[in-house]
Design a protein around this ligand. Structure first.
Ligand code: NAD
Length: 260
């Protein structure tokens, strides 16, 4: 279905981004991977995806807190793959602390990586998408783009901002073949969430299994984690013709978290 389309997935060396990259490659899209990690592991990932799915796979080590590197990543995708048709803004970090003791440099980093990077990526990729009159921009927001939790002031602000940005871009591209939507995952068991589980287990002197059950029990009524594969499948759908009139939506995949 996506044969001949070229997709950039930011933060795709781990977790949800990797799940999305695998799903898009499974649907035939060529990939530009991005994210941090061990160079040898990234090289193996890169070669493994190309072999498994028979698609072209590039890699950019662009730091999503650096606008010039984001522009260079989009230019590299165009040069290596031929165009940049799909942008999944997924890279993200977390920091938890009460607002009055939240380190200002962590605020700046979360806003830069979780919010401003999507703005810079969209700015870089839109002219090419407009020239071809086709594009899919998918912003990986969060349930925290729709509701709040304590101790996540920067993350919640960034994710709410991302949903606002999604709506503006959807309006500005409404008469084109480009769509922009946001996905709002609830808890997905990735390294980002595992850290919060481990911190909770240590803080409360409970086992990791207990911490995991508490984390789900407090927010996610299904009692189950959503998965990177489910986020990937939704991205593939958003890239399909069936989703051509889905524009500016914020789609929860959250075990009924925001239904409460
Ligand atoms: P993760 O920690 O497993 O992966 C994050 C990815 O972003 C990694 O590839 C990492 O290398 C990359 N990254 C981090 N900083 C970067 C930077 N400066 N430049 C480039 N790449 C960078 O996290 P995840 O849970 O897979 O999260 C992915 C996205 O999904 C994030 O935006 C997160 O906010 C969102 N999300 C996650 C959950 C969840 O429960 N896991 C829920 C809602 C939303």
């Amino acid at each position: 279905m996506l044969k001949g389309k070229n997709a950039i997935v930011t933060g795709s060396t781990s977790g949800i981004g990797l799940g999305i990259a695998r799903s898009l490659a499974g649907a035939g899209a060529n990939l530009m991977l991005n994210g941090f990690g061990d160079a040898a592991q990234i090289e193996a990932l890169h070669a493994g995806l190309a072999r498994e799915f028979g698609v072209k796979v590039g890699y950019s080590g662009a730091d999503m807190s650096k606008p010039d590197q984001i522009h260079a990543m989009v230019a590299a995708a165009v040069k290596e793959l031929g165009s940049a048709d799909i942008l999944v803004n997924n890279a993200g970090i977390q920091h938890t602390a009460p607002v009055e003791s939240f380190p200002p440099e962590r605020w700046d980093a979360v806003i830069a990586i979780n919010l401003s990077s999507a703005f810079h990526g969209i700015q870089a990729i839109l002219p090419g998408m407009k020239a071809r009159n086709w594009g899919r921009i998918i912003n990986i927001a969060s349930v925290h783009g729709l509701v709040a939790s304590t101790e996540k002031v920067a993350y919640v602000a960034a994710k709410h901002g991302m949903i606002g940005m999604t709506k503006v871009v959807a309006l500005e591209t409404a008469k084109t073949g480009i769509t922009c939507n946001a996905i709002c995952p609830g808890w997905v068991l990735t390294p980002l969430v595992q850290k919060q589980i481990d911190d909770r287990a240590q803080r409360e002197g409970i086992t990791v299994a207990q911490a995991k059950a508490e984390l789900l029990g407090e927010k996610q009524p299904s009692g189950e984690f959503a998965t990177p594969e489910q986020m990937g499948a939704l991205c593939v759908f958003l890239c399909s013709d069936a989703a051509a009139q889905m524009r500016g939506a914020a789609l929860p995949v959250d075990g009924a978290w925001v239904a409460q």
